[in-house]
Design a protein around this ligand. Sequence first.
Ligand SMILES: Nc1ncnc2c1ncn2[C@@H]1O[C@H](COP(=O)(O)OP(=O)(O)OP(=O)(O)O)[C@@H](O)[C@H]1O
Length: 845
Amino acid sequence: MYVNSGAENVSMSLNFMGRKLRNHTVAPAAKQRAWETTDLSRYQDDPVVSTRVVLSHPIVSSEELPGSVPDLREEVQWRRSCNIHNTLLDKDKDRGAAKCEVSWLREGRLKWKTFKRWIGVDRHRGPKCRGKAPNVSSMSVRHPKDEAPVDIKMFIPYDSAKLCITQITDDMTAMKSRHQEIIQELEENFLIASRENQEKVAVKMRTYYQNKLNTLKRILDIYQEKVARKNTYWEEKVRTIEDLNEKLKELHLARAEMGKVQEMLEAFQEKKEAENTSEEKDSSDSDVPLDGAQARLEILKDNLLKREREISMLMEGQEHAHCVYAELTEAKQQFDQMAEDNQKILEKIKESLDQTVEESSQKSHEEQEDAQQKMAEPQVGDGSQARLLHHEVKQVALECIRTGAKPTVTETDMNEEWTAELDERVRKFEEDFQKNGFLNSDTDKSVGHQLLLLQAELKQIKDENKKIIENYTAERTLRKKYYNMVEDMKGIVYHSKIRVFCRIRPLTRAEQAKRGHTIIACLDDYSVILETPRGPREFQFDKIFNPECTQEEVFTESSGQCAIDGFNVCIFAYGHTGSGKTFTMVGDRDRRNPGIIPRTFTKIFEIIHDNESKFEFKVSAYMLELYNDRLQDLFVSPAEAFSKRIEIKRDRKGLVFAQGAETKEAASAGELFALFEQGCANRHIAATKSSRSHLIIGIMIESRNLTNGSVSFGKLSLVDLAGSERASKTGAKDDQLKEANSINKSLSALGDVISALSMEQPHVPYRNNKLTQLMQDSLGGNAKTLMFLNISPSDCNLDETLTSLIYATRVKAITNNAQRNIDSMEIAQLKEVCTLFIKITAFYC
Ligand SMILES: Nc1ncnc2c1ncn2[C@@H]1O[C@H](COP(=O)(O)OP(=O)(O)OP(=O)(O)O)[C@@H](O)[C@H]1O
């Protein structure tokens, strides 16, 4: 008999176990194979094993697993003696099985020694004993101390053997169930392990691909960014080229115009020269270097002069047209008067005629007929009929003049005598008209013809006037455009005038409620006309923004690029209280229409972003307010600012800086805007939300060229001036009056500086006020300056508007000396070393 132990069961065949794991049940064929693959040679001596095949009774039970124990009870009954051979169990490998091996001994309360004594193992040990006791069972055991397995023959009495076999069977059943449990456990563990493995692999794969995806995304983003940048760059290029094209076209046009003028000049010259001798002509021709640049410049100058002359002629023509127009109005008034007088006379004549008719109606019918006949013939009779006819015609003529209708001349009027008389009257009328500009009482009889002439002349004059005005406006616009272009070009390298942009705000609700009406109108993009009690006054600026202009349009016109290019730029808003300075510079209160300041922040960082590959930038800012003649740092709390002393200084290049003021760096437009908001919160603002202090923001931009190492510094000053106001008008008292006085004082100091500069006086009183000291580098200094003149369109602010317009006209005349602030690489490095040295010294001292 062969008892398959649990250990062997485990090591028996992995194939077998795998199949079992997959199928959960073992097929009878497989079971059979398992039995057959067992090494039977080891058990040659075992009579049970050797005879197993010849047994008529089936010894393989219906149990499914290998290691299952066949029911031997029958066999025991049938074959009284049997030799039991137990496969040795490795205790280390399967302690459970070893326990099973001896458990039945313990359960039977038999000690090992007792058991051995009882079965007489010692006495029957050795090869001699083998097969000599057919009435005992043999059992292989392992001594606990033995290293190698030892086969021990145990002779068990039949009765005990039966008991033993039953016990072994039970143990084996328990073992089998234990095996099944282990297999199940193994199966489960295997499944869990494989699932965990799968999950781990899946997670690993997912992470790997996620990483790959992220990398690809990043690369894609970089590419997209590069493409966007390239696109913007090309768009910018295209725009620049388009602009250049436009300018080129304009220049072509200008050249064509110049050419025409030149032709005219040449024709004129030729005409003149024809009068001179041919020798003189030859010599003069040889003198003029027509091909040279100087000559072209001369021609250009001549042409410009010619244009100027033409314009002044046009202006004269316009003035003449105005005069004629005014005289015509006067003549019309006289016509009206005449028509009225004539009507009165007509009525009188009609009345007297009616009276005569009534009187004569009492006479006989014949007499009546005679009288009527007399009335129908003007050349006969008492003349009242003729007078009536004359006044009637005159009335018709006057009416025609008044309404502009064509007079209808009856056939009776058109006899020879009448025509001759008419011609005579026309001649006289023309004479009178040329002499006096209007008709006199003697000429009023030839009304039909006179009227026609007058109307034609009026129409002609009106057309001419319109044409002159149109030409004049077009010419002026063109001139201003060219002037601006020249100024733009000039501004890059040397002296440039301060640009003045005038912005007219819409009527406010308060002004509408006061029924204020608009007294200012834009003639074109460069001129405004103001209605004053002394008549209209025209002002010209570099650009006029009408009330409909948006913040975007206003910002587009102002320049922000220059500070990055290394120029100093100053943009300041000037105007009376409530004229729209803060709206232009900062925007409205709920930030829906941001003004120049926030837009400039965005623009600066856009430009920086576009040039990052070529330059390295550093942006820092300070923010000050000038309140009651005191400079206060807005980047610190009001309490701290009060104890701080800020002094205005100038560096070697004349650049103004505020010593003692906090300068903060910003890495993005958002950061800069946050700093600005923080500063605004610390400002002095009146209860009416009107700014009662001057706001000065300085943005310093340092750019280092990565290719050649040169460093350029630009400063952008953004100034929102406080509004001037008349204390008498606002009724300010106490603190408000003090504020107003301080504001007016500083603005008047600014006015003094402006007039000194515009009149090119040797001394400019910058030091009279802190405001002028702060703006010293922007007015007449090393800066490109842009002034926004804000005005109200309402008649309620006529005086303030007029004053502001005159003030701004003076500013327009100031010339600045804008220069680029560039340091070479060596100077920049030297400066860096100096700064480092100062820092180190400060650290060790
Ligand atoms: N162009 C404009 N379009 C619409 N509203 C405007 C415009 N300009 C100014 N306003 C409005 O007019 C009012 C006065 O403008 P703002 O406060 O800017 O004037 P200010 O000159 O700065 O006055 P102050 O000197 O008293 O501070 C505000 O309500 C503003 O919203």
